[in-house]
Design a protein around this ligand. Structure first.
Ligand code: NAP
Length: 473
């Protein structure tokens, strides 16, 4: 990415736009969002090498639309594109460079001295140039602040082409001056080369502050923390941490963790997650009914577990992957069906403060003890309380399983999936798994996949595995 000796530099787009992709009105921004502006400043200014600076490329009108006190944008090389002899652009300022085309600007930036002094190249608009260069092949990433308003605009950006880009990160919604918005980063799709489980293409070309916002780092940091600072049990077999929390945004992507260095991982894992969730929603108890294959009992599952150096032990419970998966919150013998109750409340009484699924009364002690749902702004969020779980497989499984449950609930209740919050009270690592985990910690996350649920199926007990499709897995 951004090869310094390439003939042309590649770039990343940074813009903010309304729901309709409006970006300006009367040569101004259609909002006043100081924190959003600060994000723009930070992303375009920060460098990892203190001796370098970044370049910001903009159209002549965007240059003129920038308030005088911010012009030229400080700490950056301002590259202004114009086809005319425009007098508003200073020619004697080291921080400003005038170019006649995007191509000539990218070529100049690829040559000395800029190839050495410029770390990253950002293209910041406006609309006339975005039409040609936002989804162009040289654009590696798009940082788009989605401002959740519809206001009159006279300048627009094109929509992100999701055939070319997929989401890397989407922030939780922020509210400023009564306006709701979120920061999103889309990265250009890459062909992944698998070999010894590690992909060749990395995403470290992103600004560090964006790269590190991938939600998988929350999980990786938790596991690292358990290994480095966890409490050891008496017979030196378990390291644990008490009272941990992870949060995932379900609005654009699905948190199926991506750093497992195993080719079998995504498929086996996803099929297992779907199987368990459909089983639990059906209210039946183990063993499986409705002809669903029990994938965890297959040879492939054994192979999958072995690839992590994970062996089934008494300590792990009666099945290694089912530690923490006794969900039987809806016992077939119970007359009160909690799943139906939750759906009814989300649809008819969304502000009920007790939309809960509980497994506490059952004789089996389930590790996922409690789930609570919350509806706000037409979005459904879920928090689970998991009393105890193993971190290398149990936590990723629970994240995926309960995120899927949340997405299914949102789907059947006609709301949007919001956040999944995972409260893990006792998070532990079996000491025999630490080597496999340390290998995993060396791997950079990839974009999360996207969940599609069959729009024609709106009744929860009609859903089958084939209705739950994970794209870009
Ligand atoms: N929300 C956001 O993130 C954001 C970001 C940036 C801008 N904006 C807003 O967008 C508006 C300005 O955008 P705009 O679409 O009107 O103008 P623009 O794209 O910023 O600038 C257009 C000008 O750029 C030059 N230009 C265009 N294509 C060129 C090419 N291929 N090669 C060389 N020069 C080229 C021409 O300058 P000459 O006429 O001098 O030849 C043209 O008039 C303002 O309202 C601003 O506030 C919003």
């Amino acid at each position: 990415m951004e090869a310094q000796n390439a003939q042309r530099r590649s770039y990343q787009v940074v813009i903010a736009a309304t729901r309709d992709m409006g970006i300006g009105i009367d040569m101004k921004l259609p909002w006043d969002l100081p924190n959003e502006f600060q994000f723009f400043q930070d992303v375009t200014t920060r460098t990892s090498d203190p001796r370098k600076r970044n370049a910001t490329i903009m159209g002549r009108k965007s240059w003129e639309a920038t308030p005088l006190e911010f012009r030229p944008l400080p700490g950056r090389l301002n590259v202004v594109l114009t086809r005319s002899n425009c007098h508003s652009i200073p020619t004697d300022d080291d921080n400003v460079m005038v170019c006649g085309s995007m191509e000539s600007a990218l070529e100049l930036l690829a040559k000395p001295p800029y190839s050495f002094s410029i770390e990253k190249v950002f293209f910041i608009g406006g609309g006339e140039l975005l039409r040609h260069y936002m989804n162009a092949p040289s654009c590696d990433a798009i940082h788009l602040t989605e401002v959740d308003i519809t206001v009159p605009c006279d300048t627009f950006a094109p929509r992100v082409d999701t055939c070319l880009y997929h989401p890397w990160y989407s922030s939780l919604p922020v509210v400023e001056n009564g306006i709701r918005y979120c920061f999103n980063t889309y990265v250009r799709r890459k062909d992944l080369i698998f070999g010894s489980g590690v992909e060749a293409e990395q995403y470290s070309f992103l600004p560090k502050m964006v790269f590190e916002r991938h939600e998988e780092f929350g999980y990786l940091n938790l596991v690292q923390n358990i290994i480095s600072n966890g409490d050891m049990n008496d017979n030196n077999t378990l390291l644990s941490k008490f009272g941990c929390q992870l949060r995932f945004n379900l609005r654009k992507t699905f948190p199926l963790l991506t750093t497992k260095a195993c080719l079998l991982y995504p498929f086996i894992f996803w099929v297992g997650v779907v199987e368990e969730i459909l089983q639990l929603i059906s209210g039946s108890t183990y063993p499986k009914e409705k002809g669903i294959n029990h994938i965890w009992e297959s040879d492939k599952a054994k192979e999958y577990l072995d690839s992590f150096g994970v062996n089934a032990t008494e300590e792990d419970g009666d099945h290694p992957l089912l530690t923490g998966l006794y969900w039987s919150y809806s016992d077939a013998s119970q007359e009160f069906n909690q799943i139906s109750d939750v759906i009814n409340k989300i649809k008819n009484n969304p502000h009920d403060r007790g939309i809960t699924l509980s497994a506490c009364k059952l004789s089996i002690s389930p590790c996922q003890t409690f789930a609570q749902f919350y509806v706000a702004n037409g979005e459904l969020s879920c928090q689970i309380y998991q009393s105890s779980t193993e971190a290398s497989l149990g936590i990723p499984f629970s994240i995926a399983a309960y995120s899927l449950l949340t997405c299914i609930m949102a789907h059947v209740c006609d709301v949007v999936a919001g956040d999944f919050i995972h409260l893990i009270v006792d998070a532990h690592v079996n000491t025999s798994h630490t080597k496999a985990i340390q290998r995993q910690l060396q791997i950079s996350p990839k974009p999360f996949p996207i969940l599609k649920i069959n729009p024609a199926k709106k009744k929860i007990d009609h859903l089958e595995a084939s209705d739950l499709d994970l794209l870009d897995i």
